[in-house]
Ligand binder design. Sequence first.
Ligand code: HEM
Length: 518
Amino acid sequence: MSKEFKELTREEVQQHNKNGDLWVIIDAKVYDLSRFANLHPGGRAVLVDSAVAGQDATEAFYGLHRHEVLERPQYARLQIGVLRGEQSVITGRLVGGLSSVPFAEPTYLSKGFHSPYYTENHKAFQKVVRKFFDEVVYPDAQERELDGKRPSQEVFDKMAEVNLNAMRLGPGKHLKGLSLFHGLVKPEEFDYFHELIITQEMIRTGSRGYADALLGGKVIGLPPVLNFGSPELKAKVVPEVFAAKKIICLAISEAHAGSDVLGMKTTAVKSEDGKFWIINGEKKWITNGHFADYFTTGCRTEDGLTVILIPRQEGVTTTPIKTSYSPTAGTAFITFDNVRVPVENTLGPEGGGIFVILSNFNHERWVMVCASARAQRMIVEECLKWVSQRKAFGKPLSSQAVVRARLAAMIARAEAVQSWLENVTYQMCNMSYKEQSTNLAGQIAFLKMYSTWCAQDTARDAVQLFGGRGITQTGMGRFIEHYHRTVPFDSILGGAEDVLGDLGVRQAIRAMPKNARL
Ligand code: HEM
């Protein structure tokens, strides 16, 4: 590509060093900023400065801009030449590749490291999944996070094409007969490490609202249908949800009841002929609810709680809730006003809804840890780049001991969370679903609690390192601002930290041997 450009010497560039005739060098590329100077968002004065005009401005540029600025077409076209005999070396965001920034990748992807958990198939899988998310999903994620629209149908369709929508529900019978990433993984060999890889690659889009928009509602709303729906219901609903032609969500929490699931007030009463449920009530904070076609809904019935699949119809109203992440997630307040649903849409036993709801929690929480662990690592990478390229008091930020201390804590947390997560994932791969429920509920609750503590500390540290840019939605700190603003989601969704910690300890106390004494 550089062949198309004129080769210039530094001396030639230096001739163009004033207002109206202004060239600069950035990473061995020559830019003509003569006309752009008046339009430059950072102002004209900084560009006509004698240390910049006609000079090598690489360091000044990267102290103030992300590399992606130079990749935007309107700015890329300012390039007029390259330096003779010199090579550009700086890369921005790698598409499909692995980062060589220390700690930017989990150890199983780091050069020279080994892992007992990941097979060659997992590694091959990671490669294609990263390429997919970088190429197909990342651009849509950046746009939708900003404009708040739901993800493009094209992205959903492409996910369906490789059966990603099915794979995101983890290993199981639902994968039987499907071609996973064009046959790369056999359905019976797909395990929780494959699923971990999908979630961790997905979260690298750096857009928390969009990550939930990408059918997060299905990850928690479809399992009750798969595990408790009648064969007829499954035959109808599952294929259309996997094909992303229909969207499903889980509707449990209410204005009245969040962590207190049993306190829900939405009612389902049988019609006189016993053929229908008549449902009335409200649901709050329902991810994907605003654009969902199906609502896996917790209802109070005569015998207790019952989970019912409600198709969108008259009497179902969804209103967007403005949260601190993007409306792209479709977070909704939902009202059911005399909604009639055939009793065949009951998921699991009448009155047994609490088991239907609880049976899914471990998996949901584990998925959230996969995401949280990877998002923290992404912030570590952002911070390592920032402290290396940004100068203060004449030296890179990394020369300050206090900056290094914050990084040490961030890196240690990211590594700790990933290692614990991989251990738990390995246990999941080697336990039946029932064993997982018995043995891992406490582990996963603690792991999620710990991961989101770490995430929030890391968000706070990152803002301190980025200063004003850490609270600015555009420019160098945009991912930090976004992370800091959205990090509480992980600490609330799927079980608030305090509730999870308490759950784990209560289980441990229950399991104490009767004869244990100091
Ligand atoms: C090809 C050359 C350049 C382009 C296309 C460019 C473009 C931009 C853009 C788009 C912004 C808005 C913030 C952002 O999106 O990151 C910006 C801000 C800025 N630019 Fe440039 N710029 C260039 C070169 C320079 C150079 C050489 C300097 C030298 C000091 C400079 C100084 C600034 C400053 C001080 C800001 C404000 C930063 C802030 O608000 O944090 N720019 N520039």
